[in-house]
Design a protein around this ligand. Sequence first.
Ligand code: ADP
Ligand code: MG
Length: 561
Amino acid sequence: MSALRRLPESVVNRIAAGEVVERPANAVKELVENAVDAGARRIEVTLRDGGKSLIAVADDGCGIAAGELALAVERHVTSKLAGDDLSDIRSLGFRGEALPAIGAVSRMTLASRPAGAESAWAIEVAGGRIGAPHPLAGAPGTRVEVRDLFFATPARLKFLKGADAETGACVDAVARIALARPEIAFTVHADGRKRLAADAAQGELLDARRARLAAVMGESFAANAVPVAAARDGVRIDGFAGLPTYTRAQARQLYLFVNGRPVRDRLLHGAVRAAYRDLLARDRHPVVALFLSLEAAAVDVNVHPAKAEVRFRDAGTVRGLIVSALRHALDAAGYRASTTVAHAALAALTPHAGVPGLFPQPGRAPAAALAEAAAGFQAPLAGTPPAGRVEAGEDPGAESLAEAYPLGAARGQLHETYIVAQTTAGIVIVDQHAAHERLVLERMRRALASHGVARQMLLIPEVVELDPALAAGLAARAGELAELGLAVEAFGDGAVVVREVPALLGQADISGLVRDLADDLAEMDSALTLKERLDHVCATMACHGSVRAGRRLTVAEMNAL
Ligand code: ADP
Ligand code: MG
């Protein structure tokens, strides 16, 4: 090793910058946050090439005095921490790191004109080198232009995704902030196309939020969400929860805010997942926008330079409140299904609805044309078996079944995945895997509560290879798992052996189940109670023990389900 030396400022800055700006969206987030902190009423974002060649953020906020421009781009300089108290943070920024970080890895121009100033002044920072302030034409407010992001660190450039993906991430970063601040107008243009436009929303906070949600996430979310409101022990939660039938394949649309700050926090994500657990299939994610407010001192935002993670003084209360507030809101909604799909589907199927544009034929009433077309569908084609599986239609008991059961009588199966049932006045489509999973879960819970889960010994114990840490984690929970009917033991380094499984599971894929369980257990945080953990494990097992999509069911099986 060579002698110790202090790293030059430029290297220190680049190291620090790496934590703040990983990709264009991080720079966009920091610049928009600065505009919000400056009291802007209108924020305009322009992107080119996914933010790689240009990010421009213009606001009409308080501006920066000409004499302070050079200071603003220095590290650890901020106007936002009045005292030195990191436990009382009321602005989005407070670390004084964003401008110097962005300036260290791009060619940045910061131009600003405070209200009342004669003209704007600007300062350039390129690869960390700070230029001299100079006057420039410009409207009141601040405009930051970031060009050639990561030009000085080509390695970083290589890690970026394509322009479309980076643009998407930038738009998402602005959308998150826009959701939290409905009183500010936002626009995002990318490569000349408008990607987001939200006018300042007026009125009461709840109305303003609903309007903003519709502007940012689309009308369909606003129409398919229920309001959430609850408070406990100094923590308040407001917002909207998407109906359980309005789901996404990815967890990207969990919009969570703590004191107006968009966060991506594991504790909060986990709480949302727990609240929806019984209502969603395992691989579906809810859409929610939840705003938590609590005393600034009860939450630490100084966890990571990107300020997207938080720590709560009382994590248990926050988690419990989210779960109960969401469950309460969703219970109140009953089993209301998302309207967007249901209405469109019904409209298309109702002959009198006269869907415009469908089978348009000059001089004929659309209803007549539709009726004729519908009749054509009903008649079986000569010589071919009917599409779908319609034996259920021949079942004379179908009518009475439709009356007796809320989910109706099974009339067919589509794509070996969905059961189509007929009720007295409607159609019910059931995801067979999700439905069976729920049944197994309920049975398991009931068994657990009364007499313990019945086990079934495997003829040949199954050895499952795992990452050593995961295997150890699983073996450490062997006691809990045994209660649920799953007997596992450590089997050397990086493997476990399974000797017994819950009888309910039938012919489950054991190694798949064990791998999922190990992942689940590793992910679960300590804020979960033992009961919740058991429940989670039950859910994972139920999923593995259920009829998979892709299996043909007989009419009797469908009706039984
Ligand atoms: P922080 O936001 O943590 O204070 P930044 O590096 O992001 O750190 O910004 C440094 C300072 O520059 C801010 O504290 C603020 O005084 C000033 N500043 C940055 N952007 C703006 C803006 N858009 N409008 C007014 N002032 C700004
Ligand atoms: Mg900032």
